[in-house]
Design a binder for this molecule. Structure first.
Ligand code: 3H9
Length: 686
């Protein structure tokens, strides 16, 4: 027997019911030791006539979080999960899973192999495999649609959405929900079942699975809709195909089909990239320079200064995490508009069905306003989200210094200014930190935590803990213009005007980006964000961009103005080419003597994405981030870099840094443009 297995799986008896407890902290992942330990116990219990029923439970904060993802890069050790599950599913005596915390992936597959499932009311269940570029590989796509409505199963498996215990009970996925101890409830349920001779069918033979009742056309339509939304990601599409195919196939063949698709995806580049990001996101939240004993400060009320787009988004992000917010704006009308805007966002979420009305009400109630700055005196954290202007921010921090309580943390949401300068202006440099949210702040997962040389360790620890509370992914960064994301974005943007001059069109460039897997291209993005913001930024830095500046001088600020790189006069969803832009780029090209030609997708990608990778390596070299993967976390969570490619640095590594360096060198020799000059860090990697 594997030595560890004795510790990770233990058995105790309650009457004639055997209770098997998995204990593999922190999330009871189904590692080899767990599978081995469970297999030994199950084989022992199968023929034990003194045992009438088996209850499966987990110690600690959660039931199983699924397979142990860290084992996926190694050869599978037996017993694999499918073998273990087949053993459990073939038990003649009643088996029951007692669920709490999160029951995910392989953990849910284990539960599905039992005859009964009892869950604590706070349990969340789901198949998040698609987020790792995978599909369930131990029966999930086969058993779930045989137990619950196949359409609901398809939705769960293709989106990775977690459901709560009540929803699971309603769907028929769990048999009972309890507010008390789940193991006691499971024991009671088992004894009742034994007394009443209650025998649930196995999920294999579940009564709900009746071929005649399946709306095959609807399932096929759903599959097409999944394909359309997948943006090049294979896993959701394969999940839909496998689930539907599995409903047509005999049970064992369906399992084998699922398993082989799982194995194919596991070996593929997309899943490798997505698994890498999973661990990179966990790593990013770890700061080795923080003493282990550092305790975060307590945050109960947060003041948000500025009720514009960012301030509103930040207020909602905080309220969504259960934190009380005092929204302040010196302009009372702006404050009223901000609060009304917040109410509108929550109301439309309720209308769309994405938010429960009571929850929306609770969140709205958490955001109150403070027209006077003195009202912010009670706040534990003050986040400035005002206009990007040093004089404006200076005044805000001077005022905050006068009113804020001692120990309050000062944060700025600046995208470009130096938080250490603002820290000095605030008079409390040790309490100062940058919290750079990304728009829309209540949606985007990324939080750049900008640490100044003076920021106190417990202020950094508080920012990390706050990020976790409000469901953000923090990346601690140092100070440079634009920090990590916007600095690399500038490198990506540098060639866009030149591409237009040389004959590319916004449509062509945007298509190259969406084919690469981005949710939208850079010109669509610029039109959505508004061209005036970067215009203002350029002017403050004395920089020029001939095409974008001319559009702005003509008032063509993007979607909100009806014109930008595209013409939106037929409606925001029907962008047409901007005829004036076509004329403008042709004229500028002729004035500058630029030859125009057809530009292929590969060239568009090389000239925009390789400079970004180059800049990323400079950022790493300068110590702005602790690790290369932090850069990927920033780009995957703040800028929509396709997760199936893992982030710019992972993608470049996969291509080979040598290839990137050679291409940049070639472009640099051809054009002399600085943006292509390979950094010393890149050259060193060759
Ligand atoms: C699967 O099941 C495939 C099967 O269908 C078929 C197989 C044949 N494995 O997130 P946290 C680590 S695929 C290994 O901070 P939380 C994590 O890295 C799997 N390690 O906690 C971290 O380590 P560290 C499908 C895992 O409370 C620590 O646990 N399942 C795994 O905020 C704590 O994690 C999933 O995709 C794992 N499965 O959230 C579930 N899970 O401390 C993925 C976590 O060293 N996991 N770790 O940084 C999650 O979604 C969250 O971790 C969970 C807990 C919600 C469970």
């Amino acid at each position: 027997m594997d030595e560890v297995s004795a510790e990770v799986v233990s058995r105790r008896m309650d009457g004639t019911a055997a209770i098997l407890t998995i204990s593999n902290p922190p999330v009871n992942a189904l590692s080899h030791a767990v599978r081995d330990g469970l297999m030994i116990e199950l084989r022992d219990l199968r023929d034990d006539t003194s045992v009438d029923a088996v209850i499966l439970t987990c110690a600690g904060r959660t039931f199983c979080a699924g397979a142990d993802i860290s084992e996926f890069d190694k050869p599978t050790r037996q017993p694999d999960l499918s073998t273990l599950i087949a053993e459990l599913a073939s038990f003649a005596k009643p088996t029951l899973a007692a669920l709490h915390g999160t029951t995910l992936g392989g953990g849910l597959e284990l539960a599905l192999a039992c005859r009964f499932r009892v869950a604590h009311r706070t349990t969340r269940l789901g198949f998040p495999e698609v987020k790792l570029g995978l599909i369930p590989g131990a029966g999930g796509t086969v058993r779930l649609p045989r137990l619950i409505d196949p359409g609901a199963a398809l939705e769960m498996i293709t989106t990775g959405r977690l459901i709560n215990a009540d929803e699971a009970e309603f769907m028929g996925l769990v048999d009972a929900v309890t507010d008390d101890g789940v193991v006691s409830a499971a024991i009671e349920f088992t004894h009742e079942a034994l007394a009443e001779g209650k025998r649930s069918k196995s999920t294999r033979d579940s009564g709900r699975f009746q071929e005649a009742g399946i709306d095959w056309d609807w399932l096929e339509q759903e599959k097409i809709s999944v394909q359309q939304k997948a943006r090049g990601l294979l896993a959701p599409v394969k999940a839909a195909e496998t689930l539907i195919a599995g409903l047509h196939l005999p049970f064992e063949e369906a399992l084998a089909n699922e398993r082989s698709t799982f194995e194919l995806l596991k070996e593929g580049e997309q899943s490798r990239a997505q698994r890498y990001l999973f661990f990179a996101e966990k790593e990013a939240a770890k700061v080795s320079t923080l003493p282990a004993s550092t305790l975060p400060r307590s945050i109960e009320t947060v003041g948000v200064i500025g009720a514009g787009t960012m301030g509103r988004g930040i207020a909602m992000a905080l309220a969504n995490g259960g934190i009380s917010v005092l929204l302040h704006d010196a302009d009372r009308d702006a404050l009223e508009r901000g609060l009304a805007g917040i109410r509108d966002v929550y109301a439309s979420s309720v209308k769309r069905g994405s938010l429960n009305e009571d929850v929306a009400k609770q969140r709205v109630a958490l955001i109150t306003s403070s027209p006077n700055v003195e009202g912010l005196a009670q706040c534990d954290l003050l986040i400035e989200a005002a206009f990007e202007d040093k004089a404006v921010k200076r005044q805000i921090f001077e005022t905050l210094n006068a009113v804020a309580k001692s120990g309050a943390i000062f944060a700025t949401n600046t995208s470009y200014l130096d938080p250490s300068e603002l820290g000095l202006l605030s008079g409390r440099p040790a309490d100062m930190i940058g919290l750079h949210f990304f728009s829309p702040a209540h949606v985007m997962k990324l939080l750049e935590v900008v640490r100044t040389p003076s920021t106190a360790p417990d202020v950094v620890a508080t920012a990390l803990s706050l990020a976790r509370t409000i469901g953000k992914i923090p990346v601690v960064v140092g100070i440079c213009h634009g920090f990590v994301g916007n600095r690399m974005l500038a490198a990506r943007t540098a060639e866009l005007e030149q591409l237009l001059l040389e004959g590319a069109t916004p449509q062509g460039v945007d298509r190259a980006f969406t084919e690469f897997g981005w949710p939208m291209g850079p010109f669509q993005m610029a039109d959505l964000a508004g061209l005036d913001i970067s215009w203002r930024n350029r002017r403050s830095l004395g920089k020029k961009a001939d095409i974008a500046d001319t559009l702005c001088e003509r008032g063509q600020f993007g979607q909100k103005a009806g014109m930008g790189y595209y013409d939106y006069r037929a409606g925001p969803r029907e962008p047409q080419p901007n005829a004036e832009l076509v004329e403008l780029t042709a004229r500028l090209a002729s004035e500058k003597g630029v030859d125009r030609r057809r530009i292929e997708t590969q060239e568009i990608c090389e000239r925009t994405l390789f400079p970004m990778v180059n800049e990323g390596l400079r950022i790493l070299d300068e110590g702005i981030v602790a690790r290369e993967s932090d850069i990927d976390v920033v780009w995957a969570n703040g800028y929509g870099f396709p997760r199936g490619k893992g982030g710019p640095m992972f993608w470049a590594r996969t291509l080979g840094y040598k290839k990137v360096a050679e291409a940049l060198q070639e472009w640099h020799s051809r054009t002399g443009r600085e943006v292509f000059r390979p950094s010393s860090a890149l050259s060193a990697l060759k």
